[in-house]
Design a binder for this molecule. Structure first.
Ligand code: FPP
Ligand code: MG
Length: 337
């Protein structure tokens, strides 16, 4: 999704404030920690999560009060810090070489230092939430979400090289890893605006479906896009033994490939020749089109969840986000999915 897709002009002021708070949260460190945080700041991401939080709030009001704006921008900065911390840790777990267009933190400073930097960011996020945000239920919501993300990541590690993994198991992990946080961002925006339980549930549905669509496209792009286009290594899921839907779909249709995988054993990275054979088989089998169609179903569910909210700029931008996720996959693959 392009950096401007969700900016929409209208919320530019809030997003600038969020960037400032994120930056400020990274201050106060010195030495190696400061160097690592400065480095992370250079490779800043799309800010999808803070944007969602602010847009979800925008569904309720055209103009925020000073109190609402202050709570929103601090909560939005916190979710961005949580997300960045999770990526720092995820790259260590996945052995990833690059992130956000630059060398991954752990590859430059080593795993031990990178773990500490991730912890520091996570603590900075919860400091913001506990000191700057006084919205009932928001702190436990995000704490519970991080716990779910950890469970998702641990379950994914348990399923490494599990060539029997089912679609159902895949979608559960997909939800825990990504759907949960996006659902929580949208719910958090609603909580700041004192939304009703029904409205909070609809916001969660939108965020969870958008998150699942997003993670599914991320998993598809790992097979279908180039590393240059992604700003991180393509093809790493398979070579690291991470099982995602494109492979599950291929194995459903052509179980014989499971034999090749079992024969290779649990080695990281898997032999290049084998990953090339599987990538080609996935491309030819229609598995990527299947993933795309599943993502379109999540998109439809996300759009449906927006219907109870009043039409306006925020609803338009949230709907646009759901379209942007699948559109980006088509653009990055140059593929007619
Ligand atoms: C990226 O997935 C990773 C996540 C969506 C979540 C990672 C969660 C944790 C490490 C647990 C929570 C930890 C903290 C510090 C909050 P991916 O590997 O499929 O995507 P990628 O291709 O971008 O690496
Ligand atoms: Mg990863």
């Amino acid at each position: 999704m392009s950096a401007t897709t969700l900016a929409g002009g209208k919320y530019a002021r809030e997003l600038k404030q969020v960037e400032g708070i994120v930056k400020k949260s990274m201050e106060g460190a010195s030495g190696r920690l400061k160097a690592m945080l400065d480095y992370l700041a250079q490779g800043s991401g799309k800010m999808l999560r803070p944007r969602l939080l602010i847009l979800a709030a925008g569904l309720f009001k055209d103009k925020f009060s000073a109190r609402e704006r202050a709570e929103l921008v601090h909560a939005a900065a916190a979710v961005e810090l949580i997300h960045t911390a999770s990526l720092v840790h995820d790259d260590i777990i996945d052995g990833a070489a690059r992130r956000r267009g630059q060398v991954a933190l752990h590859r430059r400073w080593g795993e031990g230092n990178a773990v500490q930097a991730g912890d520091y960011l996570l603590a900075a996020a919860f400091k913001l939430l506990s000191v700057k945000v006084r919205v009932p239920g928001l702190l436990p919501l995000l704490a519970e979400t991080v716990r779910a993300m950890c469970r998702g990541e641990l379950e994914q590690m348990k399923h490494a090289f599990d060539w029997q993994m089912t679609e159902k198991e895949y979608f559960r992990l997909n939800y825990l890893k990504t759907g949960q946080l996006l659902a929580a961002c949208c719910e958090a925006g609603g909580r700041v605006m004192n939304a009703s339980p029904e409205e909070l549930a609809a916001l969660r549905r939108y965020g969870a479906h958008l998150g699942q669509e997003f993670q599914l496209m991320d998993d598809l792009l790992d097979y279908a896009a180039s590393s240059a286009a992604l700003g991180k290594p393509a093809g790493s899921d398979l070579s690291q033994g991470v099982v995602t839907l494109p492979l599950i779909r291929l194995l459903q249709q052509e179980a014989s490939y499971r034999f090749l995988l079992n024969k290779a054993g649990k080695v990281k990275p898997l032999p290049r020749k084998l990953t090339r054979i599987l990538r080609e088989a996935i491309a030819e089998s229609g598995a990527l089109d299947y993933c795309y169609r599943r993502a379109v179903r999540f998109r439809a569910a996300a759009l449906e969840a927006l219907l109870p909210f009043k039409k306006g700029e925020a609803r338009r931008l949230l709907a646009e986000a759901a379209f942007a996720v699948t559109r980006q996959a088509v653009l990055l693959t140059g593929h007619r999915l």
